[in-house]
Design a protein. Sequence first.
Length: 124
Amino acid sequence: MENIQKKKWLGIADRYPRLQQVDQQRMQDRMREWASLTPEQRAKIRSSYKDFNQLPPEQKQVVKQKWDAYSNLPPEQQQRLREGGKSSKLLTAAPAENGTTTTGPGTADGPAVVTPIITESTKH
């Protein structure tokens, strides 16, 4: 494990006993789900997170608003969107100022479009 990862996990372990029971359970559930992912799935999630963090604040806000809208949908409608591939469009960041979007790591036209990965653990 890299030094940064070790420090992160030590910090989590230090905080854990002070968390409320419900927060401890949520942390355990998320850790269990993360451990069950394939290395490719983890890499994709890390990439999405990195891309999201590189967006300008106003685009982050748009993505967060769209995520909130999605999160407030009934589970059946969320499932239909996931199956139809429309959840990506719902959660995609707004176009760059010149009206273009990208699906890659970003271009001169603007930053990459970020599509958060939707899993049961990311829903609140």
